[in-house]
Design a protein around this ligand. Structure first.
Ligand SMILES: *[C@@H]1O[C@H](CO)[C@@H](O)[C@H](O)[C@H]1NC(C)=O
Length: 283
């Protein structure tokens, strides 16, 4: 009995020292994690005026829905949520659809650097954090850096305008949705089908830029890998992607560094946010 009590009281002291954060500060941070936010980025496309545009999610990727290069999708609408792993990282989740309400994790593709979203299973092996906010709390950070994000111009197939008006994307569908202009729509469709093969348009996707060493890994994990190697570690070296035997091809893209501005939704009751959507995250 007595022994058991001693052990129980001893444990919190040790962890308490490790986290030398006052509980007040911690509470504050916890509050901030729960606030939902949308995001924007400001980008000048082809010499046009710098324009602030919504960050959207579409087919597993994150884009800027820029008026000069529209990419309609579900507006990013997320909050921080502890990612279940040994690292203890702060993860980032977002709704990916309103109806039904679904949440996904945001992560970085370990090979391409593209910002992606998916179930927890899909994030495994990729870079899933740590996400955070800049000192002034305005911008999204990853690995404590708000300037690691870049917008990259990509070619995408031009969306087909189906009569059903599927994509549900605002701004894309022109004209009344009911009745009369069905014929017009059909004509458009026929025309497009003829030249479908090479019918692409530009859009801007979000990526994480590599650090000086060409790595996408968070600092903390790279330190661990380094230590293992120095400490006579086993075959950990393989982690340093060195087995790329293919030709050293470089593709050039238009790209620009961007910051992701958080638009806090302060009016939203955070208990609703957490209670309603929280548990779905782990599935
Ligand atoms: C934020 O994103 C959600 C989900 O897409 C959307 O319903 C909401 O209207 C957005 N907020 C603003 C201010 O646009």
């Amino acid at each position: 009995m007595v022994l058991g009590l001693l052990i129980v009281t001893a444990v919190p002291v040790v962890t308490g020292v490790a986290e030398a954060i006052s509980s007040k500060k911690q509470q504050n941070a916890q509050m901030k994690e729960k606030i939902k936010f949308n995001m924007t980025a400001t980008l000048s496309v082809d010499g046009g005026p710098p324009t602030e545009a919504w960050i959207v999610l579409h087919e597993g990727r994150m884009y800027i829905d820029h008026p000069a290069a529209p990419r309609p999708g579900h507006k990013f609408n997320g909050y921080y949520f502890k990612y279940p792993s040994d690292h203890g990282y702060q993860g980032l989740v977002s709704t990916i659809s309103d109806d039904p309400p679904m949440l996904n994790w945001l992560y970085i593709d370990k090979d391409t650097g593209a910002v992606r979203y998916g179930s927890r299973k899909e994030t495994i092996g990729h870079v899933f954090g740590p996400w955070g906010w800049s000192e002034n709390e305005q911008f999204l950070t990853i690995d404590e850096d708000d300037w690691r994000f870049i917008a990259v111009e990509e070619d995408i197939p031009r969306p087909k305008k189906t009569a059903e008006g599927k994509g549900g994307a605002e701004g894309e569908i022109k004209g009344g949705q009911d009745g009369n202009n069905n014929d017009v729509d059909k004509d458009d469709e026929d025309e497009e089908e003829e030249e479908e093969e090479e019918d692409t348009e530009k859009c801007w996707a979000i990526y994480l830029s590599r650090d000086q060493d060409g790595s996408l890994k968070p600092k903390a994990e790279r330190r661990v890998a380094q230590q293992r190697r120095n400490g006579g570690g086993e075959d950990e070296q393989e982690e340093e992607e060195e087995e790329e035997d293919g030709p050293d091809v470089r593709y050039t893209h238009k790209w620009a560094p961007i910051r992701l501005l958080r638009k806090l939704q302060l009016g939203v009751d955070s208990t609703w946010v957490k209670g309603r959507n929280g548990p779905a995250v782990n599935r």
